[in-house]
Design a protein around this ligand. Structure first.
Ligand SMILES: NC(=O)c1ccc[n+]([C@@H]2O[C@H](COP(=O)([O-])OP(=O)(O)OC[C@H]3O[C@@H](n4cnc5c(N)ncnc54)[C@H](O)[C@@H]3O)[C@@H](O)[C@H]2O)c1
Ligand SMILES: O=C(O)[C@H](O)COP(=O)(O)O
Length: 528
């Protein structure tokens, strides 16, 4: 039976045509996604769901989606999809990472210009028959400083266009390497410097727990008087109440917003203010971008539904149907090793080396390396996946080296991943046992043998008596149950590592108490 896809948001008809040409049945119901109950009733009938940002794919929708195999996001942001819930149900979530980037960057630049010259207000006044030549006094962009928060695909295109307008561009992005900053002509700065120096600030990060409320009242207070703010990324990055107050007081001269905490934003106190330019989430709305993303999402979803091939998936490695069964456990270990190193790395990564020894050296190590890179980059970038990870790493100037040797050592297969930054080098090695499960077998050259757990505690310490008991007591007193406990040390009395799998994420006070133990150098939570 032919697979069946529901398109529940407005998509170019190209997508519908591609599905049909590829033998996929398709129902194009562009308003259905906005009606939660109708979507809930319809979803059990479909193998695929193609969406943009209006359809909210909640755990409830996913629970009802008994046949669903793939969700395709024709666009970039996937914050409207509950990916963990989809993953748990074995539903692949894919997006189209680059198709609307230029269009969105152009919207941000348009919004900046509209703000600088009050175009919307002047337009409304002129249409109303007034000729208020003296009312609208603008500012030049020439020689002004633009602060870019989040300098990935869209942020770096915005920077390029702003440099063309002869602006000075400064950027805050923890994953922007100094080399990449030089290459794209921006000055890499800390967040506070963005606030202190910018005449205009534009946001281009995903919405994550780290970026939520990145511009709040305290941040606005640090800004120059007269700063102008542009948000074409996601509502939730800017605290709207704080922005309102700062606009009212005149500390912020203007704001241009394409996105809002609650969408659709049909009424909002920000709309009372003349110095707010607002558009209804139009960042990706050009014919060109919509053709790109519709074509790409339909091709990707049809490929998956017909042949099992996966591309641009956010929750599954990208592999051909033939390789899938053999590669899968190795892809999982590569991604987990990358994630292990990525979660511990808090400064720009300059290099990643992935070494394969034994049987794994003869496999499709490109897919494995992509999985490892995706694991390293995901804790910071959120939406990076196996397909985009190599490109993203290259764009950020991260040097990636793959070393293969087919000779076996103590293990049949051995993968070691080393992450380099300007100040440190950290390696972690793993393998897949005959039970198909991944194990960590070495951290920083120290041998151990640990399974990956959903919640883990990574502790580096000095090998001195009393540490294990004290750690156990802290966890026990906090009611945190230990699932597995693994230790390794370089030499008696020397550097040691402790990897504990626990049944829940460690509360902040537990981490602080562990970090205060006299033997402990570092205590970090990890999640897999
Ligand atoms: N308005 C629209 O219609 C529209 C259209 C497309 C995308 N978007 C939004 O734009 C966002 C960016 O898209 P992109 O393609 O450039 O993504 P990207 O992944 O290429 O770039 C995001 C950048 O943000 C950086 N980042 C992550 N955490 C950060 C932090 N805490 N502080 C500073 N920087 C941080 C990352 O390092 C990365 O370089 C998307 O996540 C999406 O939500 C909006
Ligand atoms: O993340 C994206 O791609 C944009 O927010 C575009 O959203 P849209 O497809 O709903 O216009």
């Amino acid at each position: 039976m032919a697979p069946r896809v529901l398109v529940s948001d407005k998509l170019s008809e190209t997508a519908v045509q591609i599905f049909r040409d590829r033998g996929v049945e398709v129902d194009y119901l562009p308003d259905l996604g906005k009606d939660k109950d109708a979507l809930l009733a319809a979803i059990p009938n479909y193998d695929g769901l193609a969406i943009r940002s209006a359809t909210k794919v909640t755990p409830k929708i996913i629970a009802a989606a008994t046949k669903l195999k793939v969700i395709g996001r024709a666009g970039i942001g996937v914050d409207n999809v509950d990916i963990p819930a989809a993953t748990q149900r074995g539903i692949v979530v894919m997006n189209t990472p680059f198709g609307n980037a230029i269009t969105t960057a152009e919207h941000a630049i348009s919004m900046m210009m509209a703000l600088a010259r009050q175009i919307p207000e002047a337009n409304a006044s002129t249409h109303a028959g007034k000729w208020e030549k003296n009312r609208f006094m603008g500012v030049e962009l020439f020689n002004k400083t633009l602060g870019v928060i989040g300098c990935g695909n869209i942020g770096s295109i915005v920077a390029d266009r702003a440099l063309g307008l002869k602006m000075k561009v400064i950027a805050f992005d923890p994953f922007l390497s100094p080399e990449r900053a030089i290459e794209i002509g921006v000055e890499k700065v800390e967040l506070d410097e963005i606030f202190r120096r910018s005449d205009f600030i534009t946001l281009h990060t995903p919405l994550t727990e780290k970026t939520r409320n990145i511009i709040d009242a305290a941040a606005l207070a640090k800004c120059k008087k007269g700063v102008r703010i542009i948000n074409c990324a996601r509502g939730g990055l800017v605290v709207e109440d704080a922005l309102y107050d700062a606009l009212k007081s005149g500390h912020v001269a203007g704001a241009a917003l394409d996105v809002f905490e609650v969408e659709p934003a049909t009424s909002h106190k920000l709309f009372e203010l003349d110095n707010v330019v607002a558009t209804p989430h139009l960042g990706a709305s050009t014919g060109e971008a919509q053709e790109n993303v519709a074509l790409q999402v339909a091709e990707q979803m049809a490929d998956y539904l017909i042949s099992g091939a996966v591309s641009n998936a956010l929750n599954m490695p990208s592999i051909s149907a033939d390789e899938a069964p053999r590669l899968r456990p190795f892809i999982a270990v590569a991604e987990k090793l990358g994630s292990f190193a990525g979660q511990l790395t808090e400064e720009p990564v300059t290099g990643i080396v992935i070494e394969y020894a034994g049987d794994v050296g003869e496999m499709n190590t490109r897919a494995l390396t992509s999985a490892a890179l995706s694991g390293v980059l995901q804790p910071m970038l959120g939406t990076v996946n196996m397909v985009s990870a190599p490109v993203v790493a290259r764009e950020r100037g991260i040097k990636v080296d793959e070393v293969k040797q087919t000779q076996r050592g103590a293990y049949e297969t051995y993968i070691r991943l080393t992450v380099r930054t300007a100040h440190l080098e950290r390696s972690v090695a793993g393998t897949v046992f005959s039970d198909g499960k991944a194990r960590v077998i070495q951290i920083k050259g120290i041998d151990m043998e640990a399974e990956f757990g959903p919640h883990m505690l990574y502790v580096t310490n000095e090998d001195k008596p009393g540490f294990i008991g004290a750690l156990g007591t802290i966890l026990g007193n906090a009611g945190v149950n230990i699932a597995t406990f693994n230790l390794g040390r370089r030499a008696q009395g020397g550097e040691a590592i402790c990897l504990v799998s626990i049944d829940e994420a460690p509360p902040a006070e537990v981490l602080q108490a562990v970090a205060r133990l006299p033997q402990v150098k570092q205590a970090k939570p990890l999640a897999f």
